[in-house]
Design a protein around this ligand. Structure first.
Ligand SMILES: Nc1ncnc2c1ncn2[C@@H]1O[C@H](COP(=O)(O)OP(=O)(O)OP(=O)(O)O)[C@@H](O)[C@H]1O
Length: 253
């Protein structure tokens, strides 16, 4: 079976400077991949290449059998950025409808999807009347409402405080079990990555290169008590050590 996403020898240079050294990765349908690493290591660059917002200097990306450009045209991708892109005066439900209109596809009923995202009764509120956590859920609802098979998320929870961030992470994990998607998720947060992901791509500092692909062999969705699990402690510790260069390099991607 074809991988949901194939990243083959993908690299990016800006002039003489490498932003991203070649990456190879096959991602299965429904898999959740977290990209972690220091600032400037190329995480956003890789995400933008998969989204066909940037061309690679070498290599190619396939979304199923499609090129990244074809996948973009077919609206197979949903994009979620750091800050909600909703205009302050726009109503939540109109934001969801707008992405469906652009996609030319109504995947899910907008009110139903907002309700499932814990926003029942808030559908007609304007963005400026919603809290940061609610707004980010509107943002994710909009990205998912046309039912894309792939979600590309660039530090989606970074504007939230620690508690909200954990809460929305747990909610998102459960949500994905109802509507499975293949996810590429950029984060600086090691705990968040290990809570949510099946595999972590751990990047070196610039010029970014994959130091190791770390698996989290625990079924999702995960109970919040997984944070106290010895496996969680061991994996987060290992990733921290990798990022601090305390262990010899492992297997490259
Ligand atoms: N359009 C561009 N022109 C020149 N250099 C760029 C461009 N976009 C990114 N870079 C450089 O490429 C490198 C990787 O950037 P990228 O934004 O992918 O890193 P990142 O890991 O996502 O960082 P952060 O975690 O801070 O968002 C950086 O050194 C950045 O300065």
């Amino acid at each position: 079976m074809a991988a949901a996403i194939s990243i083959r020898n993908v690299s990016r240079r800006f002039g003489e400077t490498w932003a991203l050294r070649p990456v190879d990765l096959e991602i299965a349908a429904g898999e959740f991949i977290a990209l972690v690493g220091p600032s400037g290591c190329g995480k956003t660059t890789l995400l933008r290449i998969v989204a066909d917002l940037q061309a690679p200097s070498t290599g190619e990306v396939r979304i199923g059998a499609d090129t990244a450009a074809e996948a973009r045209r077919k609206r197979l991708l949903g994009l979620v950025s750091q800050r909600p892109a909703v205009l302050p005066w726009k109503r939540a439900i109109d934001d969801v409808r707008f992405t469906q209109k652009i996609a030319g596809r109504v995947g899910f009923d907008p009110a139903k999807v907002l309700g499932e995202f814990g926003l029942a009764g808030h559908e007609n509120k304007r963005a400026r009347q919603l809290s940061g956590g609610m707004l980010q859920r509107v943002n994710i609802a909009s990205a998912m409402a046309h039912d894309p098979s792939v979600l590309l998320m660039d530090e989606p929870f970074s504007a939230l405080d620690e508690m909200k961030r954990e809460e929305i992470g747990e909610w998102f994990d459960r949500e994905l079990s109802l509507r499975p998607k293949t996810v590429l998720f950029v984060t600086h947060h090691i705990d968040e990555a290990v809570m949510l992901a099946d595999r972590l791509l751990v990047f070196s500092p610039a010029p970014g290169r994959v130091l190791e692909v770390v698996s989290v062999p625990v079924p999702r969705p995960r109970d919040p008590s997984f944070r106290q699990d010895p496996r969680f402690v061991a994996i987060t510790g290992h990733v921290r050590n990798l990022l601090m260069h305390r262990v010899p390099e492992g297997r490259a991607a």
